[in-house]
Design a protein around this ligand. Structure first.
Ligand SMILES: Nc1ncnc2c1ncn2[C@@H]1O[C@H](COP(=O)(O)OP(=O)(O)OP(=O)(O)O)[C@@H](O)[C@H]1O
Ligand SMILES: [Mg+2]
Length: 415
């Protein structure tokens, strides 16, 4: 096993491609001997994959403080634990860390490599066993495995972002977004956020009966650089169903431009806090929102059975495809559908050149009642409500970790 030298920075390994430079793993070392500590420091300095947070010079087996008090809180991503000074104490420390900080990966470090010692360390909660002198490749692979798991976890915690855009004004986008949002929150217990991105005259707040607010979505995007959980709360309105909303500007001043990149940066922040984010977009081919549309998991184009709307569906899908948005992310939803309408479903699909993803029945009175009461769930027995329940259930089935893993394990960390 070769030791790492100053001329051997973490370079050669293919695994490095999977490691981010921007978000290093936090590392705490316990009782590492001088030479191994020096090697670890060299590793940390040669590539920003790990950050050395603290070094503990003793095994804390006698005190009853929770492990987080001495390894630090939030818990580090990795604890490097030297087993050579006192194997029994090291094993006890590993057990404590494993039980108090289960998300922390424990790497045993030792100059001995007999199988029974390795098994003993693994049984006490260590996930890696590194043999001295520390080898760069061995350390890099162990770090990559932890990074991959962390990335995977983050991915599972990321919201699905679903955009809704009208084939023309008045097709029912805000109606569908607010109905689906409340259903996902209430009936499917999914943490859901609606972002109304109309530059002016957005109706989502009105349809949800949330008409008193100070800040709006455009201000949120403008403040993306200083966004934290507390600041976000000043933008979020809460509906009684548990649904959150960030409303559109009130339309009392001219529409303001959005800074390029800021929208996606804002959604990257929001994504970590919700299961679903539904975006109410203005109709039309708005290049300002294109970067967000590209970023969304699903783009629902909402149409009605009118020649102009159906023609626009064709234009929109062509435009989005030309802009590099994969066609499988585009879905056409037919709102206000009448089963005995003059234009048949087959004719509609022929005109738009694709299958309809969903059809929502035309029930004006039910929709109007739920909008005017600010409670989308109030008409729960209507045909349209049942239809939307079904759609929400369909959306509520998030891709499983297994499906996501299909994209490749080690690549997870770098995306
Ligand atoms: N399934 C439906 N059945 C009957 N009426 C509907 C249905 N969906 C929406 N509507 C009605 O259509 C009208 C327009 O709906 P909505 O405001 O949701 O459209 P929009 O696409 O958001 O419009 P805008 O382009 O102004 O944002 C509303 O009066 C609403 O009540
Ligand atoms: Mg609307």
């Amino acid at each position: 096993m070769s030791g790492m030298t100053a001329k051997d920075p973490v370079k050669a390994s293919a695994a490095r491609e999977n490691l981010p430079a921007s978000d290093p793993l936090s590392v705490v070392s316990i009782c590492l001997d001088k030479e191994t500590w020096g090697t670890l420091k060299l590793f940390a300095d040669s590539a920003p994959l790990i950050r050395l947070d603290r070094h503990l010079g003793e095994y804390r087996v006698d005190d009853h403080e929770p492990a987080l008090d001495w390894i630090g809180s939030p818990a580090p991503d990795v604890c490097l634990l030297d087993f050579d000074n006192d194997r029994r104490s090291a094993a006890l420390v590993a057990e404590r860390i494993h039980s108090d900080a289960p998300d922390t990966s424990i790497f045993a470090v030792s100059s001995q490599s007999q199988p029974d010692l390795i098994i003993q360390a693994m049984r006490s909660g260590c996930s890696e066993y590194l043999v001295k002198p520390l080898d760069s490749e061995q350390l890099l692979n162990a770090v990559a495995r932890v990074g991959g798991r962390r990335k995977e976890k983050k991915e599972q915690a990321r919201a699905q972002v679903l955009a809704f855009i009208g084939a023309k004004g008045g097709c029912g986008v805000t109606t569908l977004v607010t109905q689906l949002g409340t259903l996902l929150s209430k009936s499917h217990s999914q943490k859901t956020l609606i972002v109304d991105l109309h530059p002016d005259f957005g109706d989502a707040a009105l349809y949800l009966g949330l008409t008193k607010y100070r800040y709006h979505s455009y201000e949120l995007v403008e403040n993306t650089d200083r966004l934290d959980a507390e600041l976000l709360q000043s933008f979020v309105l809460h509906h009684s169903t548990g649904l959150d909303l960030i409303p559109a500007p009130p339309g009392t001043e001219p529409a303001r431009p959005l800074m390029s990149g800021a929208l996606v940066q804002t959604f990257e922040f929001l994504r970590l806090r919700y299961d679903f984010i539904l975006v109410d977009l203005p109709s039309g081919l708005n290049d300002e929102h294109l970067e967000l549309i590209r970023y969304c998991d699903q783009i629902n184009i909402v149409a009605i059975t009118e020649i102009s709307a159906l023609r626009n569906v064709v234009r929109q899908t062509d435009y989005f495809t030309k802009k590099g948005i994969p066609s499988e992310r585009l879905r056409v939803v037919l709102n206000r559908h009448q089963s005995r309408g003059i234009i048949t479903e087959a004719q509609i699909e022929k005109v738009i050149g694709q299958k309809l993803f969903w059809k929502v029945p035309n029930q004006y009175v039910h929709i109007l009642k739920s909008i005017s009461g600010g409670d989308p769930l109030s008409q729960s027995n209507s045909e349209v409500a049942k239809n939307l329940h079904e759609w929400a259930a369909n959306i509520g089935k998030k891709p499983t970790g297994e499906e996501k893993r299909g994209r490749g394990i080690l690549g997870l960390w770098s995306r």
